[in-house]
Design a protein around this ligand. Structure first.
Ligand code: ADP
Ligand code: MG
Length: 336
């Protein structure tokens, strides 16, 4: 399968971001999973960063599509085209004809049809063949957990579409739990909270930037606030208001509660020896959602187990896939 000299690729095909890892080079593509298309002809206008900047700003003849939803392919053709574009970006034109093997991650608990769709989309995107790796397992490798050892490690990957909680030991996932509650849901909660409390309508990009700038949960220190722009629901006119970090905390409480429940639920179902290991090693948080202010503290308090954010949480899955590519001999049975 994975030839020794082939330049194998690892792809973290995320709901919000796609990362491409080139064996021997590291992460070479890191772009939003967004495609902008002409509505009548389906012709692609922009992919990645450029397309994300168009969200909420398109005229009638252009539409922005996020082809991944909740960690799985929602729009097959667009996903394949997007992958093709990102794969091409990693190559010098001279080796364009040289087809590569790719390893792509998938959330745990996806159906056979959803797995097939990822493999076929990768092939349609130009891969010679595609192999799958579970996202939580890749996240655990990428955050430096001792996944091959006979010890329990817990990883919580909070992406845009899903939160994946998994306990890993001896090179495999012992137990995992995936919920379709993560960053996107946080953005939607902020949108509806601000509409209800301030009669202000804001877009998804604004909601996400509020979350990144002043989003925090639990005990909020200081008095972070932010000026935001939207449309007044009553007058229909543009308006600027100031919101407080407390607003965002209130808006996010349900979402964060779901994430914490998922972690607790997984801990309750973890075999006792592994649970004991996790009490020592802690809970590792990965994915962009791990950066939400104070989330690590709140998870620590609620579970009574130390939770810590991985280094480069947005890169962990891609690094994990890359590490897997470089140690493919350990995977013979896994990479099917
Ligand atoms: P995916 O793997 O699903 O594509 P990522 O791991 O790339 O997701 O994380 C993207 C999510 O993380 C988005 O919902 C984004 O808004 C969120 N995010 C990124 N940075 C922050 C931050 N500083 N605070 C809170 N959420 C963040
Ligand atoms: Mg992810």
């Amino acid at each position: 399968m994975f030839g020794m000299d082939a330049r194998n690729l690892g792809i973290d095909l995320g709901t919000a971001n796609t990362l491409v890892f080139v064996k021997g080079k590291g992460i070479v593509v890191r772009e939003p999973s967004v495609v902008a298309m002409e509505t009548k002809t389906n012709q692609i206008i922009a992919i990645g960063n450029e397309a994300k900047n168009m969200i909420g700003r398109t005229p009638g003849n252009i539409v922005t599509v996020c082809p991944m939803k909740d960690g799985v392919i929602a729009d097959y053709e667009t996903t394949a085209m997007m992958m093709n574009h990102f794969i091409k970006k990693t190559k010098k034109p001279s080796i364009l004809s040289n087809k590569q093997y790719v390893m792509v991650c998938i959330p745990s608990g996806v159906t056979t049809i959803e797995r097939r769709a990822v493999i076929n989309a990768a092939k349609q995107a130009g891969a010679r063949d595609a192999f799958l790796i579970e996202e939580a397992f890749a996240a655990a490798i990428g955050s430096g957990l001792p996944v091959w050892e006979p010890t329990g490690s817990m990883v919580v990957d909070i992406g845009a579409g899903t939160t994946e909680v998994a306990v890993i030991s001896l090179g495999g996932i012992v137990i995992s739990h995936s919920i379709r509650v993560a960053g996107n849901e946080m953005d939607q909660s902020i949108i509806s909270y601000i509409r209800k409390k301030y009669n202000l309508i804001i877009g998804e990009r604004t909601a996400e930037s509020i979350k990144m700038e002043i989003g925090a949960v639990g005990d909020i220190e200081g008095i972070a606030s932010m000026e935001i722009r939207g449309r007044d629901q009553l007058t229909g006119l543009p308006k600027i208001i100031e919101i407080q970090a407390k607003d965002v905390r209130n808006a996010l409480s349900d979402t964060v509660y779901s994430i914490i429940e998922s972690v607790k639920n997984t801990l309750e179902n973890t075999p006792p020896e592994l649970a004991a290991d996790i009490m020592d090693s802690g809970i590792i948080l990965t994915g962009g959602g791990a950066l939400l202010g104070n989330l690590d503290k709140v998870i620590s308090e609620e579970t009574q187990i130390h939770a810590l954010i991985a280094n480069d949480p947005l890169d962990c899955v891609a690094i994990g896939i890359g590490t897997a590519l470089e140690n493919i001999h350990l995977f013979k049975t896994k990479a099917k």
